[in-house]
Design a binder for this molecule. Structure first.
Ligand code: PHE
Length: 356
């Protein structure tokens, strides 16, 4: 019996020293200490040992079992240590490798110009106004002094949409039938002038930024673009107020050295009308490809609100006057960044946008 115990102990020690994984250690445990394990068997066989030898032999078996349990624990720990070392070796970090960074995005140049313009006019005391992009002929043209066959309609290549069976909401004087029912994509932000004035008595001091649409597409035109309308109506306004506001705006947007000039023009809803140029800041007014070697860039249309328009919205043109202008936002963004193809602003090619 004693020999058997020694032999099993030696076998267990041998087997454990060769165990390389948790599974192998577990197999050894089952072989010696499991229900039908060899050491467990020796304990069960104690009945056959003469009573006089039992305490001594019993102790030897118990000690052997405890010894094997201890060895199993150690073997388990050794396996775990080896696994950890292997892991650490495999997951070695090279802290000198450059990190993986994320690309920083930024506001789209048109959105930036949009926000800047709104902020500049807010500082000058203008309120934000809004109107729909799907507009009535009545507000886009008729009330602005473009009757149905007026040749000035040709200035704006209109996307007409189906005629609505519902007439536009009431305020104002009754328009001609045709104009009342025609819907279109607004060709400019000027209809917001009409909507605002119909809805409130003077004084009015608003800006209305938004999308406008014209059937036109080439390097300086896209079918959708952005405008800001500016309208100021009050007692005693003159061309001097228009000039002053325009100049303040241009300097705030392009920088304090920029100059403005007015050129006579025509719009049915302003009288007199003027187009406004700014000196080209990128070439310091010396002349370059972008400003076609003139040193000046056209940025907007403007004028004193036509007395007929004031009468159309129920204002008294004998009492009040006003000025208005409409700026192309995309054009301002192009000029600011020296971009020469308007379409690049709407293709959303990130390789292009990242450069700005
Ligand atoms: N609405 C005109 C256009 O889009 C611009 C404009 C606005 C002109 C206000 C005069 C006054 O061409």
């Amino acid at each position: 019996m004693i020999e058997k115990i020694d032999a099993e102990l030696a076998r267990a020690t041998q087997a454990l020293s060769g165990a390389r994984s948790e599974r192998e250690v577990e197999a050894v445990r089952v072989e010696f200490l499991g229900k039908s394990g060899s050491l467990s068997g020796l304990r069960k066989g104690m009945g056959a040992v003469p009573a006089a030898d039992r305490p001594k032999i019993g102790k030897l078996v118990t000690d052997a079992i405890a010894r094997v349990e201890g060895l199993i624990d150690e073997a388990k720990k050794a396996v775990a240590r080896r696994e950890l070392e292997k892991d650490l070796h495999r997951e070695k970090l090279d802290v000198s490798l450059p990190g993986r960074t994320h690309k920083r995005g930024h506001r789209h140049p048109v959105s930036q110009a949009f926000d800047d313009i709104v902020e500049i006019f807010a500082r000058l005391g203008f309120h934000l106004a809004d109107g729909p992009e799907i507009e009535w002929d009545l507000y886009n043209f008729e009330k602005l002094g473009f009757p149905p066959d007026h040749p000035a309609r040709d200035m704006q290549d209109t996307f007409f949409i189906e005629k609505a069976s519902q007439p536009p909401p009431p305020p104002g004087s009754p328009p001609t039938k045709g104009a009342m029912e025609q819907l279109l994509l607004r060709t400019h932000t000027s209809p917001v002038q009409i909507r605002t004035m119909i809805g409130q008595p003077p004084p009015v001091r608003i800006i209305a930024p938004g999308k406008v649409y014209r059937s036109d597409s080439d390097i300086t035109h896209t079918p959708m673009f952005h405008q800001v309308e500016c309208l100021h109506v009050e007692k005693g306004l003159s061309m001097a107020h228009l000039r002053g506001t325009l100049d303040a705006f241009a300097k705030a947007f392009f920088g304090p050295t920029v100059q403005t000039r007015l050129r006579p023009s025509y719009f049915p809803f302003t009288e007199p009308s003027a187009e406004v140029d700014v000196s080209h800041t990128l070439c310091d007014g010396r002349g370059c490809k972008i400003c076609k070697y003139s040193g000046w860039l056209e940025i907007l249309g403007s004028g004193m609100v036509n007395p007929d328009v004031l009468a159309n919205v129920g204002y008294d043109p004998e009492q009040i006057t006003g000025y208005a202008f409409g700026v192309g936002i995309d054009r301002l963004a192009m000029l600011r960044h020296g971009i020469d193809d308007l379409r690049a602003l709407f293709e959303n090619d990130t390789r292009f946008l990242e450069q700005l």
